[in-house]
Design a protein around this ligand. Sequence first.
Ligand code: ADP
Ligand code: ADP
Length: 247
Amino acid sequence: ENLEPAREVIVRYNNVKKAFGINIVLNDLNLDVYKGEKVALIGPSGSGKTTIIRMLMTLEQPSSGTIEIDGEHLWHKEVNGQLKDADEKHLRKVRGKIGMVFQQYNLFPHMSIMRNCTEAPIHVLGLSKDEAKERALQMLQKVGLSDKVDMYPSQLSGGQQQRVAIARSLVMQPKVMLFDEVTAALDPELVGEVLEVIKDIASEGETTMMLITHEMDFARDVADRVLFLDNGLIAEHGTPYDVIENP
Ligand code: ADP
Ligand code: ADP
């Protein structure tokens, strides 16, 4: 008798294919990401990493197959047990379960750091201003920037702005956080502070994360599981030890 609690699947790709015209970019992707798990996606440029997470961000539709988040279909809607194409309203709802941090931090330049972090919780989640501010402050503390709440993005370094972008995303308490090459646009001396912040958040354990990175040391430190993508296929997957140290 197996008494281990079943691990909860947060993200599931089921026979997902993606083609752009005749270019097959992903070939039958099957992947489960579990609650609290950190999955690093590595592999050469053009291997399909970004496409995997863009489909989860609802920015790119799979050519076939299904994607589920937190037990709910992303690109489909269940109507009387049948899968229909999702409408914009459904996509907007499931998008709320996903936090994303990109290369470009995309902060609102005319808003204070605090306000950057409270806009969405107030207007999307319907929190009161005080609740939103409290939650934002907590997250800004996590990324080490609680002393910058009244400053504006242009007054911060790129590394600090990226840390704000991470806090802003966490404030929404997403089911999964997606990080797409978040240090690629930073000056080399600013990369470390951003990776450290992500490692800190990862080490707390609760947040499910999928991370695309070229930083192998970082992938090894942060990930429970590493997927090596090659030409649209998961060529290798396993612990960082299996994939990075002993490929
Ligand atoms: P990676 O993130 O591993 O560099 P991508 O997922 O960005 O790889 O790209 C995989 C392949 O899909 C590449 O051949 C790329 O040219 C192609 N591709 C990605 N996005 C598009 C698009 N919008 N239109 C056409 N081809 C695309
Ligand atoms: P407005 O309606 O012009 O946005 P309010 O009267 O609602 O401003 O807000 C009063 C104060 O609260 C202002 O100092 C404003 O900067 C601040 N504030 C407004 N919205 C937010 C927000 N989303 N997050 C943090 N502070 C805010």
